[in-house]
Design a protein around this ligand. Structure first.
Ligand code: FAD
Ligand code: ZN
Length: 464
């Protein structure tokens, strides 16, 4: 667009939003120019912070008519580059839409605006005597709209599912400004196709999420957790099956940390190791329940059974909520590891559970063989088939990172896995999407994009 048209367009935005809800040029905060990934984008035309669905709709109508790209932004904690600006785009921040509209404890739901921060929702549910069970390390900054747009996974998928499983209803604004109210409040509703699922995990490419109806669960009395040392992945899989059987549905997390991750997180955080270093794999096992005494006994009996079955080398049981938090601090310490390392590539792959051990061994061997100076750490939500690995420094080893990515994704594909378990495709994994989706699926995704966003204004260049 020529500059004079830019100015006229921005004036049009200001007219529908008011000046306080629009920034341009150097007034756009630096934090809005990137997310948590290393991806860099273009120069945005403007940043808008609408405070109602009507304002979001008005912005999109103007952008649709003028063919101006729109990049929805939540808390910008995304790790795939989905929220980084496209050249000349309007950045549409949901930050001002942060109201909890209703908590209905009888129906077990809450109605919220998309810009609510996840931790705020967890705390509001707890204050109402219920729990909202989505949880991840970025809880203090990530917004529920971003969580839903990326179908976020996190720490308790094994029991409560991904974000998709916690969303009952959605309100979405389409690219042309049409408001699509789908604020269903029932767990069961089979009145034709459930359209909300089109938008969950669509990474801002099909519509802007403005409100949601979220599913609440009963309050839990507390957590029992143990850090367990294991001889390798086969025993981890054995322990997982044992814990699921014995605790029958009460297992809330099963996180694995390979020795390279465990050593790195202890070094960077300076925390006292709950278990000695030197074991091949560590599991963080957590169970939540409503009966503190009975739960503790059941959890200890589960661990004793695992020792007797020869699955466990050593274990530390948390004796207080503070110790539970200390174990989680080791797992969440990945953020500190990343901030201490030079540029890294952060993978979030999934492979069928039975293949995880072989896949990790194959990836490690391939990377060590080809890139002897690369440091790699393995960890992840193994109970959900999801493995994270962080590889770096890439500047000196493989400046574009593509050779490292090819080595990892080739092996993930050969083990029948996915290039993204939970962080999404964004910009970062776009070249690798065809490793996990068939040509027929990609074709349908493109046709759906054209149907819902004929001008291609929503998050252009991302995902497909
Ligand atoms: P953003 O980063 O702002 O945006 C992410 C994508 O969603 C972009 O494509 C954006 O355009 C789109 N988007 C945002 N809001 C909307 C909206 N209202 N409507 C339409 N599109 C929208 N992810 C996991 O899955 N599991 C984890 O365990 C996990 N742990 C993390 C730990 C840390 C320390 C960090 C930094 C990140 C972690 N993440 C994890 C990744 C990230 O937190 C999630 O992807 C999160 O859900 C993104 O939310 P956000 O509000 O920050 O979205
Ligand atoms: Zn994760």
């Amino acid at each position: 667009m020529p500059q004079s048209e830019d100015r006229a367009f921005v004036e049009g935005l200001a007219a529908v939003l008011g000046r306080g809800r629009l920034k341009t040029g150097a007034d756009i905060p630096e934090a809005c120019l990137h997310d948590w990934s290393a991806e860099r984008g273009g120069t945005p035309l403007a940043l808008v912070t609408p405070d109602s669905t009507e304002q979001v709709s008005a912005v999109l109508r103007l952008c649709h008519a003028a063919g101006v790209p729109v990049v929805p932004q939540g808390g910008r904690t995304g790790l795939a580059g989905g929220a980084v600006p496209s050249e000349g785009a309007v950045l549409l921040s949901l930050a001002a839409m942060n109201r909890i509209e209703e908590i209905d404890t009888t129906s077990g739901l809450m109605v919220v605006q998309a810009g609510c921060v996840l931790q705020t929702l967890q705390e509001a549910a707890a204050a109402a005597g219920r729990s909202f069970q989505l949880d991840l390390g970025a809880r203090g900054s990530a917004q529920i709209g971003g969580n839903i747009a990326t179908n976020v996974g996190g720490n308790r998928v094994i029991r409560y599912g991904m974000a998709r499983d916690l969303v009952l209803g959605l309100e979405v604004v389409l690219a042309d400004g049409t408001v699509l109210p789908m604020m269903n409040r029932m767990p069961k509703n089979n009145a034709a196709l459930d359209l909300k699922h089109l938008f969950i995990g669509s990474e801002g490419t099909l519509g802007v999420i403005t409100r949601a109806v979220l599913r609440l669960h009963p309050r839990v009395a507390g957590a029992n957790a143990a850090l367990v040392a294991l001889s390798g992945f086969p025993d981890a899989a054995g322990l997982l099956a044992h814990a699921q059987e014995v605790l029958s549905g009460r297992l809330t997390a099963f996180e694995l940390m390979w020795a390279d991750y465990y050593n790195a997180v202890l070094a960077v955080t300076g925390r006292r190791p709950p278990l000695a270093e030197g074991h091949p794999v560590y599991a963080l096992v957590e169970m939540q329940g409503a009966d503190p005494d009975g739960d503790r006994d059941a959890f200890q009996a589960m661990l004793e059974g695992a020792f007797e079955a020869g699955l466990v080398r050593d274990a530390a049981i948390a004796m207080s909520q503070r110790e539970v938090d200390d174990f989680w601090a080791l797992r969440d310490g990945v953020a500190e590891i990343l901030s201490h390392r030079a540029t890294t590539i952060n993978f979030d792959v999934s492979v069928p559970l039975a293949r995880i051990g072989d896949c990790v061994d194959d990836i490690r061997a391939a990377l060590e063989g080809r890139f002897p100076d690369l440091q790699v750490i393995f960890f992840g939500h193994a109970g959900d088939s999801n493995i994270h690995l962080v590889a770096g420094p890439i500047e000196t080893v493989d400046p574009t990172g593509h050779a490292i990515e090819a080595a990892v994704y080739d092996l993930v594909r050969s083990h029948g896995g996915s290039v993204s378990a939970e962080h999404g495709i964004g910009l970062h994994k776009k070249p690798w999407l065809s490793y996990s989706r068939t040509p027929a699926e990609l074709d349908l995704l493109r046709r759906m994009k054209t149907m819902l966003d004929p001008q291609g204004i929503l998050n252009p260049g991302k995902v497909i």
